[in-house]
Design a protein around this ligand. Structure first.
Ligand SMILES: CC(C)(COP(=O)(O)OP(=O)(O)OC[C@H]1O[C@@H](n2cnc3c(N)ncnc32)[C@H](O)[C@@H]1OP(=O)(O)O)[C@@H](O)C(=O)NCCC(=O)NCCS
Length: 181
């Protein structure tokens, strides 16, 4: 297993992980039609843009097998969070874990933790000690963040395809604790 920063050449592999993992992780949350209609090809342009014209202060890391198959990725960043939210104290969470996906057949083998630690190390290099993540309330993988010491700090509504979903925020006041997991 290899962990490294992603490049634009990794886009097809990242899209495959993203869509395949959405289909397994969100099958009881989003409508089947919506998940079935997700298209690798149609996602390509949006994802390529993220590398050609990247948002400021974001970074992607990937996990790949020895055969160079991408099996997981994480998107981290800072100063991206929705500051319009009225959750008390939310502004103090500067770092953000924006997305993490590991293919179902590779889950529960430590890849997720390793990817989170890479984001944490990057944030610490920037002297950022706090982090927030948003996860759908109905996503059982929210437990992953609790195991890593994240504390529930609030919630917001997320609209997708005309349906409102509740998302929970978990926060870490001191992300160094994650490195000792
Ligand atoms: C959430 C996710 C990234 C975790 O990655 P992973 O590689 O499976 O996690 P790890 O193997 O590093 O897990 C480390 C520990 O976290 C805990 N954990 C991970 N997933 C968990 C879950 N679904 N429920 C409860 N605990 C969980 C366990 O304690 C686990 O250790 P163990 O396997 O020895 O019991 C992965 O399951 C995933 O991609 N899920 C689908 C997409 C998703 O929901 N992403 C988050 C959206 S915000």
């Amino acid at each position: 297993m290899n962990f490294r920063l992603a490049t634009i050449e990794d886009v097809p592999g990242i899209i495959k992980v993203s869509i395949d993992t959405w289909r397994t992780a969100y099958q009881d949350i989003f409508p089947a039609d919506y998940l079935n209609n997700l298209s690798y090809e149609e996602s390509e342009e949006k994802w390529r843009k993220r590398f050609i014209n990247p948002e400021k202060n974001i970074f992607f890391y990937i996990a790949e097998t020895e055969a160079k198959k991408i099996i997981g990725f994480i998107l981290g960043g800072f100063e991206q969070q929705d500051l319009t939210l009225k959750i008390p104290g939310i502004r103090k969470y500067v770092g953000e874990l924006r997305a993490i996906y590991v293919l179902k057949e590779y889950q529960r083998s430590g890849i997720g933790v390793k990817l989170v630690k890479m984001v944490v190390e990057r944030l610490l290099e920037k002297n950022i000690n706090s982090m927030i993540v948003w996860v759908l309330k109905d996503n059982p993988n929210g437990k992953f963040y609790e195991i890593l010491g994240g504390k529930y700090i609030g919630q917001k509504m997320l609209e997708k395809e005309g349906v409102d979903y509740v998302a929970f925020a978990y926060g870490w006041d001191d992300i160094r604790q994650i490195l000792s997991y």
